[in-house]
Ligand binder design. Sequence first.
Ligand code: HEM
Length: 526
Amino acid sequence: MALVTQDRYLALAALVLVVGALVYRRVQQRRKLPLPPGPPSEPLLGHLRVVPADHPEFQYTQWGKEYGSDVLHFSMLGRSIVVLNSVEAARDLLDKRGANFADRPRFVIFEVMGWGITLTFLRWSPRFKLHRKMLQQSFTQTACKAYRPVQVEEARRAAKAIISSPQNWEMLLRQFSTAVVLRIGFGIKIQEKDDPYVKMAIDVEEATGEGGVPAATLVDFYPLLRYLPNPLARLSSLLLPLEHARRTKSSIQQLHNAPWAAVEDSVRSGKNLQASFMNTHFGRYLENEAAGRPNQASIADIKGAAGAISIAGGNTTWSTIMVCILNLLLHPEVQAKAREEILRVIGTDENGDPLRLPTFQDRPALKYLDNVILETTRWMPLSPLGVPHASITEEVYKGYRIPAGSVVYANAWAMSRDERHYSNPDTFDPERYVPTSEGGRGEPLPDGPFGFGRRVCPGQYLALSGVFIIMATLLATMDLKCETDEKGCEVKPKVAFSNGLSAVPESFGCRFEVRSERSRMLLSGM
Ligand code: HEM
């Protein structure tokens, strides 16, 4: 009996040894695999000073060409950074091996800025799954149909306001995007003028737009530096994002807290309620609490998820609308063609004026406009480097080793300029997507502006339908023209973008001219 037990132990020990040896060999073999290529680095600092702080997406794209690889590796203070320069690489890793790339790095600068429990920055965890589920379910293609009446109403309200106050067009479009997400998230209707939430949205956009590349500042690599006092932080340009984060903290906290505080009492009392994400989830929470049933999501979770809608959804949609308008000014022929299509679909009277305003029912017939919007997202991806993912365990890809815990950037800018897929990629050309069966070039629809894998933007359908309805409404009723100088010559808008999480276009002038009395009447009838 004792012998049998001894044999078993010996067999088990042998098995452990064999498995251990195999694992060791595999680890050693992997160690021998090279890291993806990249430029030379500096001792200790690695590539910290080699990668430009301003618009690194351009340089990453250039390095991809120089090193003949769509996967690049950088090391910053010992941390691996992997940049994916092609849709194929992003699909292979972030989609097909999505479970291993669903994490995020720690965003220390964004923590200093005061981002609460926001899905965008949550690490891979049960809490991430809970937030992802809550948000994803609310913004599927089908679920988004329920928000169309709000989008149509707000688009018409904005267009009408632009006709009476064309010099405020930029602010009124901000108001449109803020109004949609606040109504959907919290059931809050914003004021016609000087709305405090619009001001908060602007402050937040300045905070994130100028906050540097996410997860790539010195403080992100050495979290203890977050406690450095401002006078010391000012001594190095590498620490500038820290002061910026402290300065802008209150604006971010305000946009997290103010809408919730404004609605909390109505949800609790059940009076003056508007349908919204907050009402659904917080209402359910209160019902469960009253019935003694457990709640999966805490109040902080619901508050964070509702906040994510307004924070991640407002400025992003506004910025996309701005880039679209910028291109309609730079390419009047595109503007004319998009308008022609809209007028053909909604019908015109004997003067060529619209019979009605566009609606979502028209969308299937407005292929050119949809292509203009898609081209807008390709031509200038809102997050040129996306929001970084992080790998959980080590991977091998194309013979390269991708270490566990790497920060992974999907370089949407490089993907948008990939000459294997896009002819003259710098040119804004909505025709590029016309299928070959219709005599077009059939270039692939943009892949990348909304990210990849398990972190892909849950708000993409809402965002694109918002851009669609506002652009259709504006084009049907107004001409969008460049500003003129004192000699009456057109001033073409300057093409420049902020640096950071989102690329926001620099302010530019646009004259909105109502096309006819009938257009004015259609809008004022609302
Ligand atoms: C045109 C407008 C928009 C663009 C270009 C955009 C783009 C992006 C990108 C690039 C990401 C990162 C994806 C990744 O990590 O792979 C993202 C994430 C996210 N977006 Fe959007 N977005 C837009 C509008 C919206 C809207 C309207 C909402 C609100 C419903 C929203 C909510 C979110 C959230 C919550 C995340 C975090 C997802 C996660 O980390 O799991 N976005 N978005």
